[in-house]
Design a protein around this ligand. Structure first.
Ligand code: AMP
Length: 282
């Protein structure tokens, strides 16, 4: 497994691999890898000849008062996990090799970025779309895997690839949960034991709502969102949002909605967690 630290070396390597006819797969991450990330590597591995994993805590997707400086890092463990799950390249650039000091070009998705996380994190998805575009250009990947954990992010990337005719296939892999059903997240590391226990209310209530939406149909969505909101508050969490939306448009659920996304973001102590369930209707 090769470790690459500069944008220039990554692109030069990728172009040579492409010229040799190799198919490159990419799993973009911010590091501090866990079994959720590993599952993305496992999905990507059979889809490509060369599996690249990027590890980059992207400064432009963090707001001024967010956790950029304290975002957890463990590069050695990340490399072990990547090696174990078949990565050929770990691309771990410094911010300086990714962003010129006078960087001034952005990729902005203007509809799906507005609700849910977009409300309280207004520059977040601009940073995500821009860095993902850069990672696609640098790695020359023909396939990339994203997790359903970040359902809104995955939808925005799919939309961006379609709208800008990017020659890459996007695969969205299922959300991986811990034994206690809490969604695996690098940020779980911030939680105290008590907060972790309380945070189980998010997945517990979402999974109950998932059952209700399977049985009751899309019409049950608003009522189920309200129950999730109440359960999180009762556990001591501060709700950022709990919303049921049409999963293709991220606007209101209608009788014609093919998929419903019930997404939640809540604070437990100083930690903001997100989780979701998606129900598909035939
Ligand atoms: P992050 O390192 O948090 O930026 O996440 C990198 C990628 O891993 C994103 O596509 C996430 O959606 C995905 N991911 C993170 N946690 C999980 C999880 N618990 N299950 C599935 N995918 C995940």
């Amino acid at each position: 497994m090769r470790i690459i630290n500069t944008a220039e070396e990554m692109q030069r390597t990728a172009l040579a691999l492409r010229a040799a006819g190799r198919k490159i797969g990419l799993v973009p991450t911010m590091g501090f890898l866990h079994a959720g990330h590993a599952s993305l590597l496992d999905v990507c591995r059979p889809e490509c000849d060369v599996l690249a994993v990027s590890i980059f805590v992207n400064p432009t997707q963090f707001g001024p008062n967010e956790d950029l400086d304290k975002y957890p890092r463990d590069f050695e463990h990340d490399c072990e996990l990547c090696e174990k799950h078949g990565a050929d390249i770990v691309f771990a650039p410094t911010p300086e090799t990714i962003y010129a000091p006078d960087h001034s070009t952005w990729v902005v998705e203007e509809v799906l970025s507005k609700p849910l996380c977009g409300r309280t994190r207004p520059i977040h998805f601009r940073g995500v779309a821009t860095v993902v575009t850069k990672l696609f250009n640098l790695t020359q990947a023909q396939v990339a895997v994203f997790g359903r954990k970040d359902a809104q992010q995955a939808l925005i990337i799919e939309r961006m690839v379609r709208d800008l005719n990017m020659p890459i296939r996007i695969i969205v892999a299922p959300l991986v949960r811990d034994e206690d059903k809490v969604a695996l997240s690098s940020r779980n590391r911030y939680l105290s034991a008590g907060e972790r226990e309380a945070a189980r209310a998010i997945s517990r209530s979402l999974l109950a709502a998932e059952n209700a939406l399977v049985v009751g149909g899309a019409a049950a969505a608003a009522g189920e969102a309200e129950k999730v909101r109440a359960a999180i508050s009762a556990a001591g969490g501060t709700v950022d949002y709990v919303e049921a939306l049409d999963a293709d448009t991220l606007s209101g659920v209608t009788a014609g909605s093919r998929r419903v996304l019930l997404a939640a973001a809540a604070w437990f102590g100083a930690t903001r967690l997100i989780d979701n369930i998606m129900v598909e209707y035939k």
